[in-house]
Ligand binder design. Structure first.
Ligand code: ATP
Length: 201
């Protein structure tokens, strides 16, 4: 049986970057956000249900979910969001399971689950052998997300306030990867390589 590790961290902590580094070292990465983008991408598994539930207007020319239009709808009709989630979440769960199954058959040694809200959702503990937290200060989170998205500092602070606190996250961690503003990608890579050796990579 491969080790199963949960990877988490606040917005802009560098979680996806660490996940990609672990995958490059040989881990199988299961990223629910990425799978969710795939099933709502061009011709994705959720698209026929999205089309029949919301109409052609929510499918763009490429056959993908029109995210901007769906955001507007969810803003004016909150139940639209739960309808969308009722379509997408079971498909994400199914595709994740299929990927895990493939990894098992291929003899993978380490499966890394990228779970943004791991700390917030209690249901993961039983399934994971260890939790890795990517950690940095709020200032660093704010600077990174502002640079990436153009959101205001206040908007980023609002998102941070809606997530688990830094100390709550660290409390569930078996391993903490420090990814402060002064940390270069090379230094992060070196930390990730060390963590990888803990898990047999
Ligand atoms: P989210 O939860 O918003 O998806 P995340 O925790 O997955 O965020 P990343 O997407 O990995 O964070 O990182 C946020 C941004 O910061 C990215 O543009 C990434 O390239 C950059 N970044 C992260 N860590 C470093 C670092 N040590 N050096 C330089 N850039 C970094």
């Amino acid at each position: 049986q491969p080790l199963r590790v949960g990877l988490t961290g606040g917005i802009g902590s560098g979680k996806s970057t660490v996940g990609q580094m672990l995958a490059a070292l040989g881990a199988v990465l299961i990223d629910a956000d990425q799978i969710s983008r795939e099933v709502t991408g061009p011709g994705g598994a959720a698209m026929s249900a999205i089309q029949s539930t919301f109409g052609d207007a929510y499918v763009d020319a490429s056959g993908a979910l029109d995210r901007a239009r769906m955001r507007q709808l969810a803003f004016s009709q909150p139940e639209a969001r739960s309808q969308l989630e009722a379509i997408v979440h079971p498909l994400v769960a199914l595709h994740s399971e299929q990927r895990i199954e493939q990894a098992l058959q291929a003899g993978a040694g380490l499966i890394v689950h990228d779970i943004p809200l791991l700390t917030e959702s209690g249901r993961w503990a039983r399934q994971l052998d260890a939790v890795v937290v990517v950690d940095c200060t709020e200032q660093t989170q704010i600077a990174r997300v502002m640079r990436r998205s153009g959101l205001s500092a206040e908007a980023v602070q609002g998102i941070i306030a809606s997530q688990a606190t830094r100390s709550a996250r660290r409390a569930v961690a078996d391993v903490v990867i420090a990814n402060e503003a002064h940390c270069t990608l090379q230094q992060l890579q070196a930390e990730v390589r060390q963590v990888g050796t803990l898990f047999g990579l």
